[in-house]
Design a protein around this ligand. Structure first.
Ligand code: F1P
Length: 346
């Protein structure tokens, strides 16, 4: 965790690049508002960060698509902190949003993967995710790494602010240290996920539903399916289902629930019942040992339990695998999906 705040590193050309948050750590701790900008998968990581920063640090957070932020006239001022999240570090919309925020006096902190990238150079300070190169175009391990870094920053800020009780802070740190093992365990669902993929590879639509910390996971699951399998998929907050998407549900509609044990567990169980009552086919991601949901749904995939704020890092894995296997079965190019670029620089 201290690494996040260890200060700047110098790139070979002598320019300052992201090596941590030190000079601006007090500005972050005292911020009245945080604005997060990103695109695609990185935006989903930003949504998880919003929930974590608000819960633990009690700092109001807004998350905005950089591609919207840069073209409107947003209220952003001195004292605001902007986090810009990007795998490639070259996304044009994110860079433009950062420049706009800097011109208004905001402090811009970067979270990005590629050392020496444009976003790292435009940031005042920030943190590298060090996820290693993404082989394919669609972001996968970068997402997990972004979540890790943002969680570490939020925990550190909460600890310094005193908004997170010492014991809870320690407990979450222990859970965080166990995340690599839990991700490895989640990867062991591969064969089971492959079998489920074979059953749904010809579906024309998918719905992904989650609540709380698992809502951004639903968005990310749907995005991965769209990106690499070319199947239309929508991610939605499960509680919003009754405000529209419920009309779509029939026996032809696969619905993926991210329904791990957390504070909204009872509510998501009711949402599953609503979908089953309309004959939707349900695939549920559940916590290990869940004895209720498997009896209600068509397919269950178990992942190890963890603190609910950390669950996105674990629960996303089987969804990435599902998209991967469906894509392979449909014969699409998983690494180079049509129409997608690794860095969206225009
Ligand atoms: C953002 C992004 C990726 C997506 C695809 C296109 O990139 O939308 O999330 O998977 O590669 O670009 P970045 O700013 O995180 O590099």
């Amino acid at each position: 965790i201290k690494d996040c705040f260890r200060g700047r590193l110098k790139a070979n050309d002598g320019k300052l690049v992201l090596g941590g948050i030190r000079e601006y750590s007090n500005a972050l701790i005292n911020a009245e508002r945080i604005v997060i900008v990103a695109c695609g998968t990185s935006w989903h990581a930003g949504l998880v960060a919003e929930y974590i920063f608000e819960e633990f640090c009690r700092i109001p957070v807004e998350v905005e698509y950089a591609s919207e932020f840069r073209y409107r006239n947003p209220v952003i001022k001195e004292g605001d902190i902007m986090f810009a999240i990007s795998q490639s570090g070259e996304t044009a919309d994110t860079l433009a949003a950062m420049e706009l925020a800097k011109s208004k006096g905001a402090v811009v902190l970067g979270v990005c993967n590629v050392v020496g990238s444009s976003i790292s150079r435009v940031s005042h300070e920030g943190v590298y995710t060090h996820a290693g190169p993404e082989i394919g175009v669609a972001s996968t391990k970068a997402f997990t790494a972004q979540l890790t870094v943002l969680t570490m920053i939020a925990l550190r800020v909460a600890h310094r602010k005193g908004t997170l009780a010492e014991q809870r802070y320690r407990e979450i740190l222990v859970d965080l240290e166990n995340i690599p093992n839990k991700v490895a365990k989640a990867l062991e669902t591969d064969k089971q996920v492959e079998k489920i993929a074979a059953l749904f590879k010809d579906a024309r639509n998918f719905l992904y539903l989650g609540r709380g910390y698992n809502f951004p996971v639903a968005l990310e699951g749907a995005l991965k399916l769209k990106e690499i399998s070319y199947i239309h998929a929508e991610g939605y907050p499960a509680a919003e289902m009754k405000h529209g998407p419920i009309a779509l549900i029939d026996e032809e509609m696969p619905v993926v629930f991210i329904a791990t044990r957390d504070s909204s567990y009872d509510k998501i169980v009711s949402n599953i019942q609503e979908v089953k009552a309309r004959k939707g086919k349900v695939i549920a991601i559940v916590s290990e040992g869940d004895s209720l949901i498997p009896g209600m749904v068509d397919h269950t995939i178990e992942v190890p339990g963890t603190h609910e704020a950390l669950m996105p890092m674990v629960a996303t894995i089987p969804l990435q695998l599902l998209s991967y296997h469906i894509a392979v079965m449909r014969g699409t190019n998983v690494d180079q999906p049509r129409n997608l670029a690794k860095s969206v620089t225009v």
